[in-house]
Design a protein around this ligand. Structure first.
Ligand code: GUE
Length: 281
């Protein structure tokens, strides 16, 4: 089975839009882009479009690549203090002269819809409510849609980034999976992956995971978005060889990517609901 991330994302976005319509004030998302990276610009544009379609306001701030760190921090503080802004996203990666951790820590944890602030990272690790990073949240929704209750399943997360691998492992642990986090120094990765009922690949190596690494019937979530020389997107999983072995697998594009954007809208809605004093379950 091929997991239709585009359809799942459309459903989630419609649910978010219905909740947005009930609010007195439209939620606002501030998106900050530093530099001219064309791929980032495309992504920022699609976030803005998704915002408008869900009845939210997108506030786009484009700064030149040479922007001093102090200026970026000043903009983040301005967005923290702006009551029309419910969520703040500073597009990563940032230029090398800027201390990314400092920027992340400056975003108010109450507006941190990326879930990258240390307070939200700690909340996730402690099993407390907080903002959860969008990509792992979207992956978990897709996994649960396929597998239902995940308790006791073996999950292998390939990749240990703060943005995907680590929060993904926390979420799967929260669902009572037995979680292994594999990475570039893992010994005999194929043997580790072969044990998994759930595989989440988030390394950024085109076609690394092949069908012979998979336990038959495994649920395979491909977070990789690698652009080939021909301009086409390629995942971390070799779809052609994996498709026949996996029980369910996400395609690239049309898998995790659209869910990431839908989850960003969901987090922005959650923030707006909290800030407007709406009762949430
Ligand atoms: N602070 C921050 N938060 C992020 O969440 C963040 C970020 N920085 N920096 C860049 C990455 C990348 N990212 C993507 C989200 C959706 C698609 C997406 O929708 N992809 C489509 C295809 C898009 C295409 O065709 O290019 C798909 O997979 O079907 C891609 C990439 C979020 N990121």
């Amino acid at each position: 089975m091929i997991i239709d991330g585009k359809a799942a994302a459309a459903t989630l976005r419609a649910e978010v839009a219905a909740e947005v319509a009930k609010l007195a004030r439209a939620p606002g998302l501030g998106v900050v882009l530093v530099g001219e990276d064309p791929a980032s610009a495309v992504y920022v544009r699609s976030k803005n479009k998704a915002c408008r379609e869900a009845g939210m306001l997108g506030f786009e701030h484009k700064l030149p690549a040479g922007t001093p760190e102090a200026d970026l921090l000043a903009l983040v503080r301005q967005l923290n203090d702006d009551d029309s802004v419910d969520g703040i996203l500073v597009q990563l990666p940032l230029p090398a002269h800027i201390d990314t951790n400092k920027v992340i820590a400056t975003v108010s944890p109450h507006k941190d819809v990326d879930g990258f602030h240390p307070e939200n990272v700690g909340r996730l690790a402690s099993g407390l409510h907080g903002f959860v990073p969008c990509t792992p949240m979207g992956c978990l929704m897709l996994i649960k849609a396929v597998r239902g209750d995940l308790a006791g399943l073996d999950a292998v997360v390939i990749g240990r980034s703060n943005i995907v691998g680590k929060p993904m492992a926390q979420l799967l642990l929260g669902e009572s999976c037995t979680v292994t986090v594999a990475h570039s120094r893992t010994r005999d990765l194929p043997a580790v992956v072969r044990r998994a009922d759930i595989v989440v690949a988030a390394v950024g190596r085109p076609n690394m995971v092949t069908g012979d690494w998979l336990k038959p019937g495994a649920t395979v979530i491909d977070v990789g978005i690698n652009r080939g020389a021909d301009g086409k997107l390629v995942g971390d999983v070799d779809f052609a060889s994996a498709e026949g072995i996996a029980g369910a697998i996400t395609p690239v594009p049309g898998g995790v990517g659209p869910m990431t954007i839908a989850c960003l809208l969901k987090n922005t809605l959650t923030s707006a609901q909290r800030r407007q004093g709406v009762q949430r379950k």
